[in-house]
Design a protein around this ligand. Structure first.
Ligand SMILES: [Zn+2]
Length: 474
């Protein structure tokens, strides 16, 4: 288990949801819609942290994201829980690990009986207008179950890949979402926008093919001289990030034009990163090396959140839902919640807490199970897979990965250069330490894999909220 405090013991899901209940009970939990900010959640697919200029990457791939970070806090060491689109996004929306919400690989629907509580369901029930604009097949509501709680769940894909209408470009998604925002920007809104372009296959956008360099860069891609093919792929990948970053600028400007930016909590995060030839690997999904699990994470809300701060403490995408709820002023834990609110860390300036709880991650897919490369845009197979092929965690500057049938442990020392990790030889590590790491991982998976047993320590307020959401007997 990740956290040692709070209601983290187990999961309670009850099947019946209706939203016809009175909101009086929610008010008792201290929530006041009039005082609550709007919420804009921006997810960048396949965007590794160390290819953003705000992390010191040499190319200016992300001027908009850099500015957003300057107007909020940038988590320098945020981790996804699993480097796959469907499972990762469902975790953000539920604060549950994949083994809890049930969708362990792409193409799997989250558990329906019992069913997790989604962020959008809570916000919709509180009176928010809710909309999602997604850009890839793997997030379709029929596949994931993520559509619940939205007034609009827009998945009008325009990009044909082979035979399937499987995705859309960031500018098309952005245009559609801004149309909605112009109409509803003066209501209390929750808007989720999903940019997909950095996903393979990488397209070189001519407008962003020759990005200017930042001052004092720390991270450089491989040179064209050393490896022409790899360098060309990375250049195209970088241009995809810049393409979506360019569209995001229009959405942020619209918030300014509508005069609602100051009352909007903006959360920006990637669902996972991308391996660009490191360890001889391209893509994501079946390994948990730094390039695929280290993601950017930003919270911006100038009214409350300090501006321009950088926090080094390790955090996780499982923390997003509780952090959003605490910023809107709702005291409520979803059943089984594994993350914790980052608000105290953000507000109290805890920048480098090496004693923070571990951030865990895992991979379920294996190379043998992956579809052919030409299917990678929309692979939807759904073999039920209950045991991860790899698990790992970071704590402080230590990273541990357990893999293989004999659960072989690899221990790494993390550096400020993000994807550059140093493998520590097991012979130099104490046996007691190694067995401690193994025990930590085993306990985490055992505790979180219990899925469906009743939660035993619900607070009175949690029970009120669940009743308000239509859960019959919490
Ligand atoms: Zn993804």
């Amino acid at each position: 288990m990740r956290r040692t405090f709070g209601a983290l013991l187990a999961v309670l899901f009850l099947p019946c949801i209706s939203f016809a209940r009175s909101r009086v009970k929610i008010k008792k939990s201290g929530f006041d819609l009039k005082k609550a900010p709007n919420v804009l959640l921006v997810t960048f697919d396949t965007t590794r942290a160390d290819h953003l200029s705000c992390f010191g990457y040499v190319r200016r791939t992300s001027p908009t994201i850099d500015t957003l970070a300057a107007h909020g806090v940038l988590f320098m060491n945020a981790y996804t829980v699993e480097p796959l689109t469907g499972p990762s996004h469902i975790t953000m929306m539920t604060s549950l690990y994949p083994q809890q919400h049930g969708a362990t690989i792409n193409g799997m629907h989250m558990s329906t009986h019992p069913r997790p509580v989604l962020l959008a369901q809570i916000l919709h029930h509180l009176g928010y207008k809710t909309a999602a604009f997604i850009s890839a097949w793997t997030l379709k509501k029929s596949i994931t179950g993520l559509g619940k709680g939205y007034n609009v769940y827009n998945e009008n894909f325009t990009y044909h890949y082979k035979l399937v209408n499987s995705a859309r470009r960031g500018d098309q998604m952005g245009r559609a979402s801004r149309k909605w925002l112009r109409k509803h920007g003066h209501s209390h809104f929750f808007l989720w926008v999903h940019y997909f372009d950095p996903h393979h296959p990488y397209v070189l956008h001519s407008k962003f093919a020759n990005l200017p360099h930042i001052k004092n860069p720390r991270i450089f891609p491989v040179s064209a001289k050393a490896d022409p093919h790899r360098a060309a792929e990375i250049r195209a990948y970088d241009s995809e990030i810049a393409f979506d970053d360019n569209d995001l600028a229009k959405t942020l400007k619209l918030l300014d034009d509508l005069g609602v930016r100051d009352n909007t909590l903006i959360v920006l995060v990637a669902d996972h990163g991308e391996s660009l030839g490191e360890h001889g690997i391209w893509g994501h999904g079946y390994h948990i090396y730094q390039p695929t699990v280290h993601v950017p994470m930003i919270y911006s809300f100038p009214k409350e959140i300090p501006q321009g701060e950088r926090i080094k403490t390790n955090v996780s995408t499982v923390d997003i839902l509780p952090t959003v709820l605490s910023y809107i002023g709702l005291s409520f834990k979803v059943p089984g919640q594994e993350g914790y609110s980052l608000k105290p860390m953000i507000q109290h300036d805890v920048k480098d807490d090496v004693h923070a709880p571990p951030s865990f991650f895992e991979a379920y897919a294996e190379p043998a199970l992956l579809p052919p490369k030409w299917m990678s845009m929309f692979w939807t197979w759904a073999e039920t897979k209950r045991d991860p092929s790899m698990t790992g965690f970071v704590q402080g500057n230590l990273k541990v990965i357990s893999s293989g049938s004999n659960d072989a442990l690899s221990v790494y020392h993390l550096s400020d250069n993000y994807s550059k990790t140093k493998l520590l030889a097991n012979r130099n590590l104490k046996v007691a330490n190694l067995s401690g790491y193994k025990e930590e991982l085993d306990n985490w998976f055992k505790e979180t894999n219990r899925g469906l047993t009743p939660q035993v320590d619900l607070s009175k307020q949690d029970m009120e909220m669940l009743k308000s959401l239509g859960y019959a007997n919490p």
